[in-house]
Design a protein around this ligand. Sequence first.
Ligand code: IVH
Length: 681
Amino acid sequence: MTDARQIPPDIQAKVEALREQIRHHDYLYYVLGKPEISDAQYDALFRELQELEAQYPELITPDSPTQRVGAPPLDQFQKVQHERPMLSLDSYLKVEDVRAFDQRVRRELGIEAVSYSTEPKYDGLSVELVYEHGTFTRGATRGDGFVGEDVTPNLRTIRSLPLQLLSTHPVPERLVVRAEVYMRLEDFHRLNRRLTERGEEPFANPRNAASGSLRQLDARITAERPLVLTCYEIMFLSEPGPPTHWEAVSLLAEWGLPIPGQRRHCASIEEAIAFHDDMYRQREELPFEIDGVVIKVDRFEWQRRLGEKSRSPRWAIAFKFPPRKEITKVRDIVVSVGRTGALTPIALLDPVEVGGVTISRATLHNADEVARKDIRVGDIVKVERAGDVIPDIVERVPIPGERRKEPFRMPDRCPVCQSATIREGPIVYCSGQMVCPAQLKGALEHFASKGALDIDGLGKKTVAQLVDRGFVKDLSDLFALTKEHLLSLEGFAEKSASQLLEAIQRSKRVSLARFLYGLGIRHVGAHTAKVLAEHFGSLDRIRSATREELEQVPEIGPETASAVVTFFSEPRNRAVLERMRRLGVQVLDEQPREAKAERPLAGKTFVLTGALEHWTRQEAKQVIEELGGRVTSSVSKHTDYVIVGKDPGSKYDEAMRLGVPLMDEQAFEQLVRTAKRSAQT
Ligand code: IVH
C-alpha cells in the first residue's frame, strides 16, 4: 500500500494541458487530415504525458490518449442491446426505382418537394458509439441489429475516434451515434502483404479486413490494424437536436467526430441522383471502397412520419453502384488442387485493370460452371470484381465470325500427383487423398486433430513445415519422424521436440472410430466413422467390406459406401496403412456397445452454443459422446449443461431463462479431463 499522496496542482494542470494538446492534434491529423505539427513534435508531447502518468498513475483516466491500448485480452465479447435497432437499408441499382422511391415518399408525406441528405455508402462494418458527458464509454458492432458485441477496447484503438468530444459546442449528457469502420485501400494492401509474408491468410477485401481487425479479442491486434471510422447517424441525443439530418451530421463534426468527407444536401431526388453519378465517377480515385451512396430524407419530422419496416427505414435507401466489369481475353485455363482435393479451373487472363486493380486470373469455380458459361481458351470474357480480390468471370462476349478452341475438359489425372480424378456432382476431386502433396497438409492436420488421433502440438505451422521440408510425404511418415527431424524445424527445441514425439507415440494406440475418421475418407465424418467401427469391429473387416456389405449398414448410403471402397482399393492408400502398421500403429478393435467401460457422462445432456476456441462443434460432440453424454440441439429444462463459446446464440438466452447451468470452455475442458480420468480407473 502506498500512502495517498498529494499531487502537485501544477502537475495535474500540466497533464490536463498535454492531453488537450494531444487530442487537438489527433483531431487535426486523424479527423481533418490537416496536421499542424511534425510527427516528432507530436511524439514528444505524447512521451511527456506518458512519463508524467508513469510517475503519477493516480492521474490516469480511461479517456487519456495514452490509454487507447490498455485493456487485457478478452475470452469472449459481451453482448449489448442496442439503444435502438440498427436497421439496414433497402438497396436499389436502377435509377427508375430511386425515382419511384421519391414518388412514394412525396405521396406518403403529401409534400411536393422533399429534400435529401446524401452520403457515400462506406463499405465497412457499422458500429454504435456511446458518449456519456462527452466521454466515449461504449461501442458495439451491429450484430443482428438488436444485439451486438461490445468492442469498446478495440474501438478505442482507432485514432480518428475521439475519446472525448470537443467542447466547442456544449456536450450532451448522452449521445449515441452510428458509424462505419473501414480500412483504406492502401492500408488494406499493405496489411495483406504483411500477412502473406508471415504465412497468414490475407483478407479477401477491405471490408473483411476491417471486420476481422475490429473483432479481435485482443485489442492489441486491432491497434496494429489501420482502421478508420466515419459517423453518419445520430441514434440518440439526450437533448433537443437540430431538425434535419444534414445539420445533425454537422453537429457531430463540431463535437470532433469524423463525418463523411463528401456529402450533399439535395433539394430534389434528381440532385441526389447527380450525387450518385458524381461519386460513381470518382469511385476509383477514392482512397477507400464505397459501394454506392445513401439517400436519406432530410427532415427528422418527415423520417418519423414515414416510419420503418421491420429491418429497414422507409426514409432512406442505398443507391448502389453497378459491380465493376471489364473485358479481356482468356489466355489459358489451368487447374489448381485445393486442400480438400477439389480441382478448381482457373482462367489466366490478359492483364486488365478492373476498378483500379490489375487482374490476370479469375476463378471458374468448377467444371459445371465452365460448361454453363462455355468458356474456352481464346475467348473474350467479361470479368467482374465485387469488392473482392479474387474476380469472377461473368460471361463470354461472343465475337461474330470467331473460330473457337475446343471446349474445356477437367483432367482425368490430378495435375499435382497424377492420381485419377473422380467427379462428384459439380466438383472433380483428386483421388490421391493421402498421397497428393496438395492435399497432404490438410489431411495431416485432420489426422492429428482432436477428433482423430488427437496429437497435441501438431498444429498448422508444424504440419506445413513437415510437408514443405519433405519429411512427411504421406500420413505414415508421421510415425517415422525422429528428434533430428523435429529439431531442424523452426520453433522446436529439445523439450518441444520430445513432447511432440511422445504425443505421436501415444497416438499410435487409437480407437477404430477415431482412426477411420482421421483418414479423411470423403463422407466419413466422426459419426459415420463410429457407425462403421461399431458395425464392423475391426479395420481389417472394413478394409475388405464390399460395397453391398457397406450399404447394408444402417445410415450408410451408396455415396459413402462407394467412397470407402474407393479409398481402400487405392493401392497407395493400402501401402500407407500397411506402413503405419509396421511402424507400430495399433488400431484397436471396437468392443460391442454394451461391453463399454462405465461411462462417466452417461445420462447427461449437453447443448453447445457459440464458437469454442480449441474445439470444433464436432470434436466437442464426439468427446461428450465417447464419455457417454448426449448432445442435443435445443435447450430445455432437461438439459444438464449449456457449453458457451464465443458469440453464443439464442440458446444462451434460453439457458439463462430456464436457469440451466452454463459452462465456459475452460470448465468444459476441466470436466472432460476429470471424466476421462474416471473412465480410466
Ligand atoms: S445509414 C437507418 N449511412 O450501409 C439508416 N449507412 O445496409 C442506417 N453504410 O448497415 C444506415 N455508409 O453499415 C448509412 N453513409 C451511410 C452509410 C451506411 C455505409 C452501411 C451501414 C448499413 C449498410 C446499409
